[in-house]
Design a protein around this ligand. Structure first.
Ligand code: MN
Length: 228
């Protein structure tokens, strides 16, 4: 086969304790998956169901790297999230077998043009560019499940310039990791290399050029990025 041009290299994420990298296939995201965040969005947790959307695979940006403040927003938001890294293909995966498909876990930041998201949402239009823009998916190294296990609880937090803004626990997720994998695998064939950002707790807010975002999940790892 001859290609008309040389394709871009596959985006990769570091693997903790290894020289090998994790090649990224797709990035799925879950919205509205913590009760406290659903409430801060003014929605009714009884009526809301977790929503799925995507970011491009090459939106990943590594720990320690700078995030350029994007165009077309005046309200650029952080969202700390637990990220699942898929290591095994599957569709219609049973909840009871979902963990077999998990390679590992990471700390992610689902960066958002909040003003654009709200404006498009209010018009009933798709809000893709408010979420799926370049460098919108900071991610820590991936911590393999065969080393750290499958964490079910642990503090999840994010600070801006050292001031804590988000502080919750991953046991507050509405849909569990296994439930998310079961539901997503009915919509898409999950492939090794897929990343799933599993939703953010309350405390979302704006950052500006010069700000430092530190985030972490106890039992997993940490993530730092500066906005420039
Ligand atoms: Mn999010």
């Amino acid at each position: 086969m001859s290609l008309i041009f040389e394709p871009k290299p596959t985006p990769v994420v570091e693997i903790s304790g290894s020289k090998q990298k994790f090649p990224v296939n797709r990035i799925y995201c879950v919205g509205l998956n913590y009760i406290d965040h659903v409430l801060e969005f003014g929605e009714d947790p009884k009526k809301v169901r977790p929503v799925y959307f995507m970011k491009p695979a090459d939106a990943v940006i590594a720990d320690g790297h700078n995030v350029p403040y994007p165009a077309h927003t005046k309200n650029f938001h952080y969202e700390v999230e637990l990220v699942i890294a898929i290591g095994k293909r599957g569709s219609n995966i049973k909840e009871s077998e979902a963990e077999d498909h998990i390679y590992g876990y990471a700390v992610g930041n689902d960066l958002t043009r909040r003003d654009m998201q709200i404006s498009l949402k209010n018009k009933g239009m798709p809000w893709g560019p408010s979420k799926g823009f370049d460098k919108s998916a900071p991610i820590s190294a991936i911590y393999p499940a065969n080393i750290i296990g499958h964490p079910k609880k642990g503090r999840i937090w994010l600070s801006v310039n050292g001031v804590i803004k988000q502080d919750s626990n991953i046991d507050q997720m509405i849909a569990s990791n296994s439930k998310i994998i079961a539901e997503l695998s009915e919509l898409f064939v999950l492939e090794p290399g897929d990343l799933i950002y599993t939703g953010t707790p309350s405390g979302i807010g704006a950052v500006f050029a010069g700000d430092q975002m530190d985030a972490g999940i106890d039992g997993i790892g940490t993530l730092m990025n500066r906005v420039v």
